[in-house]
Design a protein around this ligand. Structure first.
Ligand code: KIV
Length: 285
């Protein structure tokens, strides 16, 4: 299978084809997503909450991101993989941002990096990373790394003024060199206006149906992560319940001595070897 590039994504939006985007954090999930024909995978810093059990994304490090991006790349060699830049890996300076984006490219073979936020500082980071020859995805709207300033995980752009500000931010990010933008947690009107004005792929998560593509956190949409579920998540499976039931069934069979007893799950010893072993054990006593 040929590896997907930014050109494929650009050609999809020209043809009006929707881009399918999901998060993944490990080899097995990435492998299943590639098999299912997912176009893009985000190794999000949501891995801090989904895989590492933190309450927020703040503790996630570059080492965490590199390790998980590598695993995803091994599982999905032909998929367009985006690596998230974790908290404080790009906020300090353009140089820091280029250096850390470079680590994700060199060490984890991602196709693009993503960073959150808007404003002059972020525009400068996007420009710098792009000029270093690295594809960069902007991320605006509900941006978890800014949740202190946003006052929590709250939908954004709900007033006309706030919506216009987001629409303008998207344009500025594109002008600064963003190859694509992720818009999170906004009313569909905002997703629509940003998409209609854009010349680059606009992906949405909780941003309505008008964006060029849709992203969900995979653990939400398969019912694995249940600490909280945002309003925009649709559950396509209840894998958490399936796994919990499997663990319960296993525990019960082990406790009752019913696993492993059948021939299918045990290695066979030839009868004569078993008799011989019996004899040897007796003489050893
Ligand atoms: O880290 C992540 O998975 C993200 C999504 C919340 C959009 O950035």
């Amino acid at each position: 299978m040929a590896k997907k590039s930014i050109l494929d994504l650009q050609s999809m939006i020209k043809k009006g084809e929707k881009i399918v985007y999901l998060t993944a954090y490990d080899y097995l999930t990435a492998k299943m997503q590639e098999k299912a024909g997912v176009d893009m995978i985000l190794v999000g810093d949501s891995l801090g909450m989904v895989c590492l059990g933190y309450d927020t994304t703040f503790p996630v490090t570059m080492e965490d991101m590199i390790r998980h991006c590598q695993a995803v790349r091994r599982g999905a060699p032909a998929t367009f993989v985006v690596g998230d830049m974790p908290y404080m890996s790009y906020q300090v300076s353009d140089e820091q941002a280029i250096e850390n984006a470079g680590h994700l490219i060199k060490e984890a073979d991602v196709d693009c990096v993503k960073l959150e936020g808007a404003g002059l500082r972020i525009l400068s980071r996007v420009k710098a990373i792009n000029e270093a020859g690295i594809l960069v995805m902007g991320h605006i709207g509900l941006t978890p790394q800014f949740m202190g300033q946003l006052g929590g995980y709250k939908a954004q752009g709900r007033s006309a003024q706030a919506a216009l500000s987001l629409i303008n931010q998207a344009k500025l990010l594109e002008e600064a060199g963003a190859a694509s933008i992720l818009v999170e947690g906004v009313p569909p009107e905002v997703g629509k206006a940003i998409t209609e004005k854009a010349g680059i792929p606009i992906l949405g998560i909780g941003a309505g149906s008008y964006t060029h593509g849709q992203l969900l956190i995979y653990a939400d949409m398969v019912g694995l992560y249940d600490n909280f579920t945002p309003k925009f998540v649709k559950k396509y499976a209840n894998v958490g319940e399936v796994l919990t039931q499997a663990f319960r069934d296993y525990a019960q069979e082990v406790r009752e001595g019913n696993f492993p007893v059948d021939a299918q799950h045990t290695y066979k010893m030839k009868d004569e070897e078993a008799v011989e072993l019996e004899k040897m054990l007796k003489t050893q006593k």
